[in-house]
Design a protein around this ligand. Structure first.
Ligand code: AMP
Ligand code: GLY
Length: 435
């Protein structure tokens, strides 16, 4: 099976990841028309933004039928965890339209930490030891903390908690108190179940896999920068920057990732009969040269996508076709060896409260490319009275290439220095820890 030679695509989402997808899709000769729901002020340069809520599945159905959509690409996890793939498959009028992403059941690999840990255990994927706690066995949970693991103590809300559901604590009493608080609803329904994990020490790397449920392709790896402050200090954010490739992800290390993690993961998906045609984002810790899985996500990372997709030089619609029609093994993935770096500009105050509606000036015109080759991906922007304004915490992700990490980041900083809005902030040390 194949997609038609040229296709109409509906892309769901509105962040920097989705602008990077839209930008890459728009480069394909196989694109007829791209719609982004709802998109942002940047994606309108790559396709047509449509005022559709990705959570409103009946509205998505009407739209794909009315606009002869051939393929749906899902950016964020929420529609997948809510079953958008199943909604399409269960409706005879739209079941022929492939959705890039896993089924609701398979999306639990991200939607439930316990599901993911049990999956890893069944398939021998290396990960930290764990114990699942509910209000019924809280005493056992406290005992597990006291007897089975050492500080620092890692507590994770089982469900989706917008990246905030993980606590890492040094004091045993505090960990036990927080465990009870989480079970009492500290993170709402997401923490009615808590996974306690052994602490892994090492350096993190994000590995991305495209799969059709049988075969796979490993995409460029990336490292993201989660803390708001330079030197990895301050509060956690959605991500302040990313670089790819990652120097410590050597061919030897990546071969361990492939054989110990990617292969058993894809085999496990197949053996369990999970419907998974999409991207797997594996958060790994490099523990002294041995990769251990911290988490699975059932989508691409943000801001990692803003460096991963620009490094892919082959056609993305061909890749989608392989994923959607179980022909991924026939496809070739081409990757440039150049270094890509992205630096995220945020609103003043982020990740706490921040103002919206600040006018952004100095953006490169039209197609997002700046004179030094930077691409300005919009993350949280909107159009107001003909002007581009801030509309989120993460505002822009400025990606550039170079022959080294410092060269790539320097290009991004040059571009950022020409862009102005009230409260603009970025980390100036992206990639520096890797030198
Ligand atoms: P997660 O939401 O599972 O990605 O966790 C958020 C962050 O907490 C990760 O990116 C790690 O930095 C950290 N983390 C999670 N699990 C562990 C662990 N078992 N050991 C050390 N750090 C962890
Ligand atoms: N950058 C981490 C994430 O997308 O979850």
């Amino acid at each position: 099976m194949k997609l038609p030679q040229t296709v109409n695509i509906l892309l769901l989402g509105s962040g920097g990841r989705e602008h990077a997808f839209a930008w890459k899709i728009a480069q394909s000769e196989r694109l007829e028309k791209l719609y982004i729901a709802p998109g942002n002020a940047g994606t309108r340069n790559c396709g047509v933004n449509v005022d559709l809520d990705p959570a409103n599945f009946p509205a998505l159905k009407q739209f794909v039928l009315n606009n002869y959509i051939n393929l749906v690409v899902v950016g964020p996890e929420q529609p997948l965890v809510d079953g958008v793939k199943d909604y399409f498959l269960n409706d005879p009028e739209i079941r022929h339209i492939p959705v890039i992403g896993p089924s609701q059941e398979a999306a639990q690999l991200e939607g439930s930490k316990e599901y993911a840990k049990a999956f890893m255990a069944r398939h021998g994927v290396p990960t930290a030891a764990y114990f699942t706690v509910t209000p019924e066995n809280v005493e056992q949970g406290c005992a597990f903390l006291a007897e089975k693991v050492k500080a620092p103590y890692v507590l994770k809300a089982d469900g989706l908690a917008a990246g905030k559901g993980v606590l890492i604590l040094n004091d045993l009493q505090e960990a036990q108190q927080e465990l009870r608080a989480m079970l009492d609803g500290k993170f709402g329904a997401a923490s009615k179940k808590v996974v306690i994990e052994e602490y892994l020490s090492g350096i993190e790397v994000s590995v991305f896999v495209a799969t059709d449920g049988r075969s796979y392709k490993i995409l460029p790896e990336a490292k993201d920068y989660k803390r708001v402050g330079e030197g990895d200090t301050g509060l956690n954010t959605g991500g302040m920057g990313a670089v790819s490739p990652v120097p410590f992800a050597t061919p030897e290390f990546m071969e361990k990732v492939r054989t110990r993690i990617v292969e058993p993961t894809v085999r496990g998906i197949q053996e369990e009969g999970l419907d998974y045609t999409g991207f797997i984002f594996i958060g790994l810790m490099n523990c002294g040269g041995d990769p251990m899985v911290i988490e699975y996500n059932v989508r691409m990372g943000d801001p990692e996508t803003e460096v991963v997709l620009p490094r892919i030089t082959s056609d993305i619609i061909d890749l989608f076709e392989g994923i959607a029609h179980q022909t991924l093994h026939e496809k070739t993935l081409e990757i440039t060896p150049q270094t890509a770096a992205t630096v995220v500009c945020v609103s003043g105050g982020y990740p706490g409260s921040y103002p919206k509606g600040m006018v952004i000036e100095g953006l490169p015109e039209g197609e997002a490319s700046a004179p030094n080759g930077s691409v300005v991906f919009h993350a949280g922007t909107a159009l107001k009275n003909g002007e581009v304004v801030t509309s989120g915490g993460r505002v822009l992700a400025v990606t550039s290439f170079g022959n080294s990490i410092p060269e790539a980041t320097q290009h991004s900083y040059q571009t950022i220095d020409r862009i102005q809005y009230d409260g603009k902030y970025c980390r100036r040390d992206i990639g520096r820890d890797l030198l």
